[in-house]
Write a protein of this length. Structure first.
Length: 365
């Protein structure tokens, strides 16, 4: 496909202008990944990224992106007006990189009129549930030049439901910005267990509370839970805690932008999700030397090596989760041991630089 705009850097090499389009810049794993990806792409010769958010400004991560030099476009307009503004803006770019099926739906009205290369990344693994989505994907398939997935499971599920045999398909692992860190080995009185993410039924944070409920009161007194995030299940989580374990140490932090604040607050991360792609929360935690207890679903076992970088349990197996937490309480030295192994594993296998290079290859094809 021919690029419309010709741009060259100081060495005379062509610069590809990439518009990353997200549904919003509220806090989430995919949104953080896009910001990190852009931050690295800015350093790659021949790629100039920006972010277009379809959310309503101001958004939680706008400032974070702009503070590291990433241009962010967002519009507080009626849907039709927003669509027109995005259409005229996109004509200045060479590549559209779509990061959400909802963005794909929004752009479906204008894709036929944009002579641009389109890359579509599915960050999730689960199938889209309503009959609308297969029809949409069938309609827009001809306008997509490449589709990428963050896990093989996500690729298999998508192609099973939507086909797309004619579209080049790639699996590209998510990555984290890996910065060498010196973590103070301080053992707090309580084991600080963290949960990070949207509070929706799919994420099943309730499973963590139910697992803690299975511990005896002495063990419950030795843990402190920290929930980071917001969503439709927040109120029910708070109600369950108050009714089942009113004396349990639990703090609901809400949406927190500062990743350093999140990961300095917890000793171990728990992920109870029913499905996952390649979880950015898990990658980030491990990159901060935090071991992870996660469900054995999706891309989780690719990240969490059982009894090496963390622990795996079957979805909704609250008994197993409770036993793992009990084991860690009685063996606190495992936090530093597994945390160090987690950092080494992520550093060696899941850097954002590797992800950025693979996307750059797709852009240039």
């Amino acid at each position: 496909m021919q690029f419309i705009v010709e741009n060259y850097n100081s060495e005379g090499n062509k610069v590809v202008k990439v518009a990353h389009i997200v549904g919003s810049l509220n806090i989430g794993g995919a949104e953080r990944f896009v910001i990190d990806l852009c931050s690295v792409q800015q350093e790659i010769s021949g790629v100039k990224p920006v972010i277009i958010s379809l959310g309503e400004p101001p958004e939680a991560l706008n400032i974070e992106a702009e503070n590291i030099g990433i241009k962010v476009y967002s519009y507080a307009n009626h849907r039709v007006v927003k669509l027109l503004k995005v259409f005229f803006l996109l004509r200045e770019f060479d590549i559209i990189h779509i990061h959400s099926p909802f963005v794909l739906k929004f752009l479906s009205y204008i894709l036929p009129f944009l002579n641009l290369k389109v890359v579509y990344t599915r960050h999730g693994a689960g199938p889209l549930s309503t009959k609308f989505w297969p029809k949409l994907h069938q309609r827009v398939e001809r306008y997509i030049d490449a589709i990428t997935f963050v896990s093989q499971e996500g690729s298999d599920i998508f192609h099973q439901h939507h086909g797309w045999a004619s579209v080049p398909s790639f699996v590209i692992d998510n990555g984290a910005l890996i910065k060498p860190i010196e973590k103070a080995k301080i053992q707090h009185e309580k084991l600080r267990i963290g949960s990070v993410g949207r509070m929706v039924s799919l994420k099943n944070q309730l499973g963590l509370l139910k697992a803690i409920e299975l511990l005896n009161t002495d063990m419950q007194s030795k843990v402190a839970l920290h929930f980071f995030g917001d969503g439709e299940c927040l109120e029910s989580l708070m109600d369950f805690k108050e009714q089942a374990m009113p004396s349990l140490s639990v703090e609901f932090h809400g949406m927190v932008n500062d990743r350093e604040e999140i990961y300095s607050t917890i000793d171990v991360l728990v992920v109870c999700s029913e499905t996952e792609g390649l979880s950015m929360v898990i990658i980030e935690a491990m990159a901060n030397q935090i071991p992870v207890i996660a469900t054995n679903v999706g891309g989780n076992p690719k990240l969490v090596l059982d009894n090496q970088t963390g622990w795996l349990f079957d979805y909704d197996d609250n008994d197993k989760l409770a036993k793992v937490i009990h084991h860690i309480i009685n063996n606190r030295a495992l936090i530093d041991e597994f945390g160090g192994q987690a950092f080494s594993y992520i550093s060696d296998n899941f850097s954002i630089q590797a992800s950025a290079n693979k996307y750059a290859e797709i852009y240039q094809q």
